[in-house]
Structures are given as structure tokens and as C-alpha cells.
Design a protein around this ligand. Sequence first.
Ligand SMILES: NC(=O)c1ccc[n+]([C@@H]2O[C@H](COP(=O)([O-])OP(=O)(O)OC[C@H]3O[C@@H](n4cnc5c(N)ncnc54)[C@H](O)[C@@H]3O)[C@@H](O)[C@H]2O)c1
Length: 314
Amino acid sequence: MKYLITGGAGFIGSHIVDELMKRGKQVVVYDNFSTGKKLFIQHHRDNPNFKLVKGDVLDQNLLNKSLAGIDFVFHFAAHADVRSGFENHEIDHIQNLEVTQNVLEAMLENGVKNIAFSSTSSVYGDATVHPTPEDYPFQPTSLYGATKAAAENYIYTYASYYNWKAYIFRFVSWIGERYTHGIIFDLMKKLKENPKQLELLSDGTPKKSSLYVKDGVEAIFTIIEKAEEQINIYNLGHTEVLTVDQIAGIILDELEAHPTKKYLGGKVGWKGDNFFVHLDTRRLNKLGWKPKSTIEEGIKKTIDYLMEDPNLFK
Ligand SMILES: NC(=O)c1ccc[n+]([C@@H]2O[C@H](COP(=O)([O-])OP(=O)(O)OC[C@H]3O[C@@H](n4cnc5c(N)ncnc54)[C@H](O)[C@@H]3O)[C@@H](O)[C@H]2O)c1
């Protein structure tokens, strides 16, 4: 099997690349480096099984050429910032939905029959069932969630038309090595800028689940190896949830920082944010997977990683 990974130089994508390379597979990374980093993939540069295409998924010609001879696409490139959609109504549509259709068209052009897609808990919006199961309806409250839900539907349709195998993963927030965006990053950056006062966007009570990256990668490969449906939809998450205040508390303890806390918001941190994110992972657990790291351990590993390289905050 030969694999192509859109977004393969990003936080999650580069870990998928590592796992595939470890398994001796041929891997093409397709990335425009808008948020991805050469640093995350450069250790594979001299391996003959590895190829890098610096390109945009919006470039249909280059994408079509790059998928020649590919058997399996991990489509992980996206505009992975949930917040910006309220101000900018175009970006999620282009970077999450149009790019997905480009990938699907390139697969069709090249006869590729397998796709894995990185979706999100944001498709459920403010779900009223917790933990939220996969059959809960799409009720996104952000354009990020809305376009991911639409992209899932496009994948479903193409897979049904052409009899492809599809794996759709709905992720909670990932944490761990190579983490470059999210609440831990934001809070640590704020503390660097002002060690005396830590501003939190909400009132500290929102409850979020997270998943340590190595557990997440193991979950993805478990699903690909064991899920038997033609179109496989799986939540990836943790049994635990922490409040924003608890997350901040772990960071402050680890950094031995004692700022005053200032709460800027209410029940959510920004327009479109969700107060309670906790996914039901029983479908995945039945395949024999469960997370090995607690969320607290994952947060500590993320802090260690971010502390190692101060350039990451620039
Ligand atoms: N990190 C999370 O907690 C999380 C949670 C839910 C879903 N996801 C999804 O998982 C995927 C990976 O997220 P991540 O956290 O690794 O983000 P990331 O920003 O680190 O990775 C995205 C990668 O895609 C590349 N990219 C973006 N637009 C592109 C384009 N048009 N053409 C080519 N390359 C492009 C970027 O350069 C980057 O390398 C995304 O689809 C994201 O929406 C992530």
C-alpha cells in the first residue's frame, strides 16, 4: 500500500507519517506548510520510502498528479482553527470543504479507493447527550464544525457512489508532542507575556475532553485495521473531562506560576465554542482500544514539549 497524507507536516498528520514509516510503508506528504513544519517530518527526508510534495490542496492539477499510484489517502489538511469562522465566513468553506472535494476528485481521477478523514467533535455543537455518541445529529455552532460535517457528507457520498472504503474520525482536542495550537499553547504564551495575570476567555467552567497524541494514533490504526463497514465513523476521545480551570491549574502547577486569574467570558470562550465536549467512545473501545495516558499526563507531556523549544511561541 502506498499512502498520501494531506497535512502530513502538521501536528497530527506528522505522527501518522511516523507510524506509517515505522511500518515500512511508502508515504507521500502533501502540505503547503501554512501551519505545518518541516521540523516535524525532516527525519524521514533521506528514507527512499518518503516523498514530500510542497503543494496546496486547492491546486487540483498538482493534487491529481500527486495521487498517481496511491492506494490510501489520509486527508488531514484543514484550517484547524475553530475560532476564526465567526469573523471570516470564507476560510472554513474553502479550506475544509472545497479542499475535501478536491481530494475526492483526485481520488476518482486516480482510482484511489480508501480515505481516512480527520473530523471533529465540533460537528455535534452543543450536544445535550454526554458522552455524545456517533449517532447524535450534526448541530454545529461554528463554520469549522459545519464544514467538517459537510465534508463528512461529501466523503460519504463519494464512497457510496464509487464503493470506496472510508474512515471518518471525530476527534476531541489532541495534545502531546508537536502540539502547536489550542488552550495549553494559548495559556502558556499568555503566561510568558504576563506572568502576573492569566486571562481566561471563559469563566473557567467549560468542560473539555482531550486525547494524548500517541493514544490517538493508536486509535486510528486500530480502526483502520479492525473496522469492517464500508464507511466507518468513530469518535476518538477520552473517558475523562477537565474544566478549563482544571487545565489552567495543571499548567500553573507544572510551571510553578502563581498569577492572578482574570475571567473574560461566560460559559463559552468565543462565539461558536461549546461548553461541554465529551465523546462516547464505546464503538472504538469495542475494537479493543482504550487510552493509556490520563488527560493530566497528556497535558504535562505537552507542557514539556512546549518548554523544550521557546521558538514554538514565536
Ligand atoms: N488538533 C486537534 O485537536 C484537532 C481536533 C479535531 C480535528 N482536528 C483535525 O485534524 C486535522 C489535523 O489537525 P492538526 O491539529 O494537526 O492541525 P495542523 O494545523 O497542525 O495541521 C494541518 C496541516 O495541513 C496543512 N494544510 C492546511 N491547509 C492546506 C492546504 N490547503 N493545502 C495543503 N496543506 C494544507 C498545514 O500546513 C498543516 O501541516 C485537521 O483536519 C483538523 O481539523 C484536529
